[in-house]
Design a binder for this molecule. Structure first.
Ligand code: ADP
Ligand code: ZN
Length: 522
């Protein structure tokens, strides 16, 4: 039996390696550098913990998850691994104790917050002991374009410069080729072997539906499919986190809020209740979740559109680490698109940065509006080819495509008329009112009931029109003006639609039946 396998059995109590664990572990034990891309729940921790135990010295783990270090150390201590951490939450006595243990060679693993490496005394300390390896956890935090950027990660290249002979293993669950390259470059992992696992999470059922009454839709999901289950509900703003948590509590569901505006003590109490108690629903901003190792999260719900496919994948990936059927559910609507485009326009940073944010959003919108299997589209984003999964909403009830050219022309020409004839811009609500021929006070006041497109869209319902507007925005045939009011304008591409040379394929807004995970597909 190899030393690695023996540690796996004796210390961790497992009888076989998973995925590429065995290869990764052998490679690092032999002194090689590694870049490991493995989905959440894939088993990344053992990839550095076992080499740290087999190699001489202490495995030094760089992790941004200060709030979880105590839990990680406790879990390791429980199986007899000698682990400790150094971060800003400790007092001097505690720090000294850990430092002494490290120098005396009494630690198998030492967790460090990245900012500690800026301190010269940390280097001196590390030199006084034996370093078995460096593990850089959540390595995507080095990516400036990513959603979890931590400036302190940028200086982790010093590890290689100061300790060239110590093997390094960088790990992440973020998978795009660009992030991958960026990690490799910024951490100077040019010589590292890359281990890329499949990013498929077959036990997760992906579903994206149109947002009508989000809280009611969420409630229905929880009541019909996930009663008593633990889950995470993501909202964009702190205010909507509070509102949603309160709503769920009023409905008798044990929900807790989590966002950066809450007191640190409250956050940590809510987090530990979520981890330790059964059936808690955490309503949170994306500040919550990285590194949370709760195996039985049965659903992840998004009440607002994530900013990127990477973010969506990471957040939904927190469901079903135990491999049992789980739901990733997203409610998304016109307002999400308007809001996100507006946020991008108003965001800081240069044009290239905004362009990049726009591309991220476009990919997310494409996933929302796709007519094909969600999983196929999601994995394709990460460079994997796959076949229809049979267990996502588009596989279970295939959406219908329809020719939306005429409605698109009606809408676009209304926008054009208002702009050319009256030099006016309006948001989706008023434009739809014009098409539906609604004589609202604003309509008569503005004299818009005399526009030639007034009432020409009465063949579609208001909801269908919202779907048309949303999809035109998603396809770049309509844009949100930068005035901050969410008014809509045409784009360069709109001309071809108005001129009749481009047809518009839209997705039918289905009243989708909610259904449970198809267990047989797993
Ligand atoms: P990741 O960091 O990739 O999200 P973890 O390292 O937290 O994943 O592992 C996820 C879960 O799988 C943990 O509960 C871990 O103990 C378990 N696990 C990891 N490797 C194995 C294995 N070879 N056999 C059985 N369980 C494993
Ligand atoms: Zn599918």
């Amino acid at each position: 039996m190899t030393p690695a396998l023996s540690v796996l059995e004796k210390t961790f109590g497992y009888d076989a390696f998973r995925n590429q664990q065995a290869e990764i572990i052998d490679h690092v034990i032999a002194g090689g550098d590694a870049l490991v891309l493995m989905p959440t729940g894939g088993g990344k921790s053992l990839c550095y913990q076992i080499p740290a135990l087999v190699r001489e010295g202490t495995g030094v783990v760089i992790s941004p998850l200060i709030a979880l270090m105590q839990d990680q150390v406790d879990a390791l201590s429980a199986v007899g691994v000698r682990a400790a951490f150094l971060n800003s939450t400790q007092d001097v006595t505690e720090r000294r104790r850990v430092e002494a243990a490290y120098v005396a060679g009494e630690l198998d693993l030492l967790y460090l917050a990245p900012e500690r490496l800026k301190i010269e005394s940390t280097s001196e300390l590390l030199n006084r002991g034996t370093i078995a390896l460096f593990a850089i956890d959540e390595a995507h935090c080095v990516s400036q374009w990513g959603h979890d950027f931590r400036p302190d990660y940028l200086q982790l290249s010093v590890l290689h410069e100061r300790w060239p002979s110590v093997p390094r293993i960088a790990l992440t669950a973020t998978a795009t080729e660009l992030t991958h390259q960026e990690i490799s470059r910024r951490l100077e992992l040019g010589e590292a072997r890359h281990f890329v696992s499949s990013f498929d999470r077959p036990n997760i059922q992906y579903r994206i539906e149109t947002k009508n009454q989000p809280l009611q839709q969420l409630l229905q999901l929880l009541r019909t499919e996930h009663p008593g289950d633990a889950g995470i509900v993501y909202c964009l703003s702190r205010a909507s986190v509070e509102k949603t948590a309160q709503f769920l509590v009023e409905q008798g569901i044990p929900a807790l809020p989590y966002h950066a505006g809450l007191d640190a003590a409250v956050r940590s109490r809510n987090q530990s209740r979520f981890l330790r108690e059964d059936g808690i629903v955490m309503v949170a901003t994306i500040a919550f979740g990285m590194g949370i190792d709760k195996p039985d999260v049965r659903f992840v719900a998004h009440l607002d559109l994530p900013k990127s496919v990477e973010g969506y994948y990471q957040e939904t990936g927190r469901a079903g680490r135990d491999g049992l059927p789980s739901t990733a559910w997203l409610a998304y609507g016109l307002q999400d698109v308007v809001q996100q485009r507006r946020m991008i326009d108003q965001s800081e940073g240069d044009r290239a940065h905004r362009q990049r944010l726009g591309q991220h959003l476009d990919a997310m919108l494409a996933l929302c509006e796709t007519l094909q299997c969600r999983r196929v589209q999601l994995l394709a984003y990460f460079g994997e080819t796959s076949t229809a999964c049979g267990n996502c909403d588009t596989c279970l009830s295939p959406p219908e495509g329809w020719d939306g050219t005429v409605p698109a022309q009606k809408l676009l020409s209304t926008v054009v008329r208002l702009q050319r004839e009256r030099n006016q811009r309006f948001g989706a609500g008023h434009l739809i009112d014009i098409l539906l021929g609604k004589r609202t006070p604003r309509m008569t006041e503005q004299g818009h009931d005399s526009i030639s497109t007034f009432g020409i869209g009465a063949d579609l319902s208001e909801q269908e029109w919202r779907g048309v507007v949303r999809q035109l925005l998603a396809q770049g045939l309509l844009a949100v003006h930068g005035d901050g009011y969410g008014t809509l304008v045409i784009t360069d591409e709109s001309a071809a639609v108005l001129g009749g040379s481009r047809r518009v394929l839209l997705r039918r807004e289905a009243e989708r039946a909610v259904r449970g995970p198809k267990k047989s597909a797993i």
